[in-house]
Design a protein around this ligand. Structure first.
Ligand code: NAP
Length: 252
């Protein structure tokens, strides 16, 4: 009889880094659940690629900033794919870039709602379902932070940088809280990575090329390079690693 495949839930898996994580997880033999907020066609494409690797894959619509959506998605994933063993807290936005003094309350609030509150809702639900003392099977949680958490992103989006600082704190605290629960909690902290976020979320056309000189390796990271780090931290090869924040930044 074939062993049950591990099940990974990836928030924001329809595009960019989340899509790359989904595809690599499928290639490594995980059943995959992705969430998306509005781009259902992009989510369907990712699902097709995952299924071509021979695993089960499903997409779920929802806004991570809404507690009810997060709870519903965890329920639906477990109903359709079985118990979740890994969660990747990836969905995130920046908001239109600019100086803080010129930034609207709506831009700040939306970013914090999605990147911080949403990520904490997802992490809480993962803690409830994976913890062995609550009947879970253990597993791991990977939070997607950003090098912005340590650079602070002046003149671009300090509120976004602050939201990722919160992700780093969440990672360290929850790692210690769940250390005896069979659940490892780590973060991957990407640098400049080739996705839509730069032009669509920051609305800053040409950002990647402009910031290239500040990357020691003098190149932009690919989403697949972030995915490799995530899959490593999810794997048994990382069995003694918890509370780590792994920069994948080309040296930035
Ligand atoms: P992206 O290409 O813009 O993709 C964002 C993904 O998140 C999409 O799947 C989107 O769904 C989903 N999403 C957005 N808001 C959501 C919400 N409220 N609820 C549920 N899903 C939502 O972004 P990315 O560059 O891959 O970024 C992924 C993560 O990496 C983010 O946390 C980001 O902060 C972090 N990061 C990125 C970089 C970089 O250079 N790209 C660097 C450091 C950190 P739809 O497709 O439906 O819109």
């Amino acid at each position: 009889m074939q062993a049950k495949r591990p099940v990974v839930l990836i928030t924001g898996g329809s595009r960019g880094i989340g899509a790359a994580i989904a595809q690599l997880a499928a290639a490594r033999g995980y059943d995959v659940a992705i969430t998306y907020r509005s781009e259902s066609a992009a989510a369907d494409e990712v699902i097709e690629i995952c299924r071509a690797a021979g695993v089960e894959a499903l997409a779920f619509q929802g806004d991570v900033a809404l507690e009810a959506d997060v709870l519903r998605i965890f329920d639906e994933v477990e109903e359709r794919l079985g118990p979740i063993s890994h969660v990747v807290n990836n969905a995130g936005i920046t908001g239109k870039s600019g100086k803080l003094a010129e930034t609207s309350a709506e831009t700040i609030q939306t970013c914090i709602d999605i990147n911080v509150t949403g990520a904490i809702y997802v992490a809480r639900e993962a803690a409830r379902r994976l913890s062995q003392s609550r009947g879970g099977q253990g597993g791991s949680i990977i939070n997607i932070s950003s090098v912005a958490a340590v650079l602070g992103s002046p003149n671009e989006y300090v509120w976004y940088a602050a939201s990722k600082g919160a992700i780093d704190s969440l990672t360290v605290g929850l790692a210690r809280e769940l250390a005896t629960e069979g659940v490892r909690v780590n973060a991957v902290s990407p640098g400049m990575t080739r996705t839509d976020i730069h032009e669509r979320s920051t609305q800053d056309v040409g950002r990647l090329q402009r910031l290239l000189p500040f990357i020691p390796m003098k190149r932009i990271g690919e989403p697949q390079e972030i995915a490799e780090a995530v899959l490593f931290l999810m794997s048994d090869a990382a069995s003694y690693i918890t509370g780590a924040i792994l920069p994948v930044t080309g040296g930035r």
